[in-house]
Design a protein around this ligand. Sequence first.
Ligand SMILES: [Cu+2]
Length: 480
Amino acid sequence: MKRRDFLKYGAAGLTAICVGDCAPWLLESEAEAQRRVTRGIRLRITDGIKDMATSNSINAAQCYFWLYKADEPDLPAEVPGPIIFATAGEQIQLTLSNELDQPHAFFIPGISRSPGLPARPIFSSGPILPGAPPRTFRMRAPLTPGTYMYFDNLNAPVNRVMGLHGALVVMPRVRRTGRNRMTPYARPTRTVQQLFNDLGSTAWFPGFAWDEGDPGAGSFSPAFRQYIWLLHQASPNLFAEVGDFKGEFNAGEFVRRFLRDEFSPTNNNGVPQYFTINGQSGHFAHNNPYTNPNNRAGEPVLIRVLNAGLWTHSLHMHANHFYVTAINGLVQSNVIWLDTFDIHPMDMVDWLVPYHRPPDIPNLRGIGRSDPGLTTTRGGQTWPPIEEINSRIPAAGLSVQLSPLSYPMHDHSEPSQTSQGGNYNMGLIAGLNFTGERIGLGSVVNFPHQPIKLPPGGDPVSPPTGTHPPTSPPPWFDRS
Ligand SMILES: [Cu+2]
């Protein structure tokens, strides 16, 4: 094990590369440490040691990884590799070099149109031999926009699980088609199109559509708001052993140790001890602005959830239910509305989070409630009748500001909420933050805000402006 890099998370968090002549609007989306490259993507396949969630002088929690390092001067080495943003069909030049001691590769699987049928890979570099001169490939970004994973498919699943993986986001080439709102897909189903059309134009989705933003208008909300949640599990003991091994570690042995090694009270086994989302855990994940949406109510976001590991995670989002719009490349016809969803190994799932006002906080307007109150534009109240979203308690003097309102997303697979088998909740966790409220175009409430005065008798405020009466019934059940 050579430990060529010491992995330090950059201040900006995730690294992202935008390739080729990517449409300008791609950069309007949530920008991580974004780099626009014109000469193509250059990746070094290398290794490193990383500080994990509970690192301190008594307990130096570290883990060895293999990784794709973007060969750009100020993009940090990280696991996962850089998020690659591309436009559908884009020509990409990819240069790979291998600094490790066994063959490695870069692979993008295709989308299987029917379950059980293998799909032709979108790209496969084949083995890059250790120490060989860098090799340059020409590849085409997938013609079908969506969420993809790239990884090393050799000695599967060892090389991928050791850290050689990352997310590939492919955006559609067209911006708008006719009167329809833009979706992340080239051929959305009728129900997905309806959902995106309704955002920002119906009573229960006041605010912006997904493709709307006003980054220059002082409220700093980009259009096409999107986030990546790439899940992974890491075993410091097993990964160190693989790093020390001469040649290719036996894949069957790796999977057995990783999933079913015997319990050890001293953590002396091969099972995962760290559970990461975008390479981070615990507070480091939950407080990272590039992982966790920081948006106003009324600013819907797309979250692309991927699982590069071998465990299934059952993610539960608080604050909002989300719409599952695509599963493993298939845009959904029956767009289910959920708060918990299983993400199996190698899954790639898109969630549209409407970012409507959380229904369980005290409020006056009742937006986001699922009760029949929605047949009026006002909805029902949640008690007490105050606007918690922009209140202070007490209202004056030394007071606590109840914002931003922060909600967790945690995994119901409970061991994943720990670090090194203890340290709850230093595992796989993220969340949603509500930093204000957007009722309609040009109508923004930012925190901090003055405490509101209840009208005499506590009568609710007027219905929100800028919205239309709801169409009825709610349209995203496929009745066909
Ligand atoms: Cu839960």
